[in-house]
Design a protein around this ligand. Structure first.
Ligand code: SF4
Length: 447
């Protein structure tokens, strides 16, 4: 298949029959409840959960991430995180070879000994992948067998069979829960839930303290031995929208209260987040002036976004708060789809998205049909689906970038707005779109 064929297979000229068939059989299953969500039960075109290693190993600085996987996983990680190789990464893959298929359990003792000698980690995360999961490797038993009191080995389910891109962070945090001390009743403070870089963490901590909110820490902290104490009077403030499972676990096991608010993205989300969090501690704050000032700071960007049709395909599970920010900024969100939506955890975002078509586990073929018909001005989509859209003249933003940039709270507002605006600016500097040039220039083999 040539590159041109590939692009047209992606956008079949006569795809409507297939699309309509899909529409009749699988589409538009409305989920009953307060917020109308369409559930399509399809696979999402998202990165594998193993990708979370890229930011988690940088966050927990005394950790090592060991993946038991195949050459496919190694190839994926090398491509996805290849640029980090020069940073002496603390992650690696124990490759399963054909001979291992007959073994009862893969032997990882030598590899773990080597990791300890070379990297001196305080904790090793053992990540599963598709093949060993299909082989029914007993990961829990394996991790237990490799653990020592000095260096625990924690099992993290992360295979692409079950988890997508950001969800594996949820699994990592899950494995850390037993290492969070129990906070006694009466010790009321906030623990921010989600991995952010140290600068953003310092910023969130300073903001909370300025508002008079006592800070108990972050899950995860940047060192394994400093995980926060969590107890019945802890207020968990989720700062990433893909951590519903660990939030539920902490509420159930420790009695912690999970803040139900918007996520701190954009001027609107940031104001509501801080006001709601302060309220949990009996503090009334009015941040409307601050929100107004933040909108003013990004006026140039919002003027460009106003009225633009934006389509978000499912990838990072950050889509709900991103679409809400776009809506508040005046954009016309044609569709916001996400791999997984938790009606309770995401309730405030869903409420703010009233009037927007929200789809869980979307059917990508149906999305292609809709995109062809609606011609959105901007598509926010995964790395693997971006190029064919570009090949058809659409302006595209890689959704992955939102997971890697500092876009939280007040300090992240400008970066967040610019991420949406940069593809328009880039396109305006390029010559008029020419499909032939795109195919010839970027994919010479198309000839
Ligand atoms: S875990 Fe599965 S989906 Fe992820 S890279 Fe390995 S084979 Fe691919």
């Amino acid at each position: 298949m040539t590159a041109r064929d590939a692009v047209y297979a992606f956008f079949p000229a006569t795809g409507s029959a297939v699309g309509n068939d899909f529409r009749r059989k699988n589409f538009m299953m409305q989920v009953p409840g307060e917020f109308p969500i369409i559930k399509e039960d399809n696979v999402t075109h998202s990165f594998c959960g193993l990708a979370c290693v890229g930011w988690m190993y940088q966050k927990i600085k005394d950790s090592f991430f060991l993946i038991l996987g195949t050459h496919t996983c190694a190839h994926f990680l090398q491509n996805a995180l290849g640029m980090m190789i020069f940073a002496k990464p603390r992650f690696g893959i124990a490759l399963i070879e054909e001979g291992d298929l007959a073994k009862h359990e893969p032997g990882l003792e030598d590899i773990v000994a080597e990791i300890k000698a070379d990297h001196h980690p305080s904790v090793i995360f053992l990540l599963s992948s598709c093949t060993p999961e299909v082989m029914k490797v007993d990961f829990k038993g394996l991790a237990h067998h490799l653990s020592t009191p000095e260096v625990p080995v924690l099992f993290v389910p992360a295979s692409g069979l079950v988890y997508n891109f950001t969800q594996a962070e949820d699994s990592v945090l899950h494995s850390l829960v037993p290492y969070c001390p129990e906070a006694p009743a009466g010790k009321k403070n906030v623990v921010f839930l989600g991995s952010v870089n140290d600068v953003t963490a310092d910023d969130l901590r300073a903001e909370a303290e300025e508002l008079g909110i006592p800070v108990g820490g972050f899950l995860p902290e940047s060192r394994f031995d400093r995980m926060p104490a969590i107890g019945p009077d802890t207020v968990l403030a989720p700062i990433q929208p893909y951590l519903s499972r660990v939030a539920v676990k902490l509420a159930r096991e420790r009695g912690a209260r999970v803040l139900n608010s918007l996520f701190p993205f954009g001027p609107d989300g940031t104001r509501v987040f801080w006001e709601d969090l302060a309220k949990e501690f009996g503090i009334q704050v009015d941040l409307r002036d601050r929100e107004k000032a933040a909108w003013e700071k990004i006026r140039q960007q919002t003027e460009l976004l106003r009225g633009k049709k934006v389509f978000l395909t499912a990838d990072t599970m950050m889509e709900l708060p991103l679409a809400r920010f776009l809506k508040s900024a005046g954009a016309d969100v044609v569709e916001c789809s996400s791999a997984y939506i938790n009606k309770k955890f995401h309730s405030r975002e869903l409420e703010a998205l009233e009037g927007v078509r929200v789809v869980e586990q979307p059917n990508f073929h149906r999305q292609l049909e809709d995109i062809k018909r609606d011609r959105p001005d901007l598509i926010v989509t995964s790395l693997m689906t971006a190029n064919p859209f570009v090949g058809h003249g659409f302006i595209v933003k890689w959704s992955m970038e939102f997971t890697l940039m500092s876009i939280h709270s007040w300090s992240g507002v400008f970066t967040l707005a610019n991420l949406f605006v940069s593809p328009f600016n880039r396109r305006s500097k390029l010559p008029a779109f020419d499909e032939t040039v795109w195919l010839e220039g970027v994919m010479p083999s198309a000839e």
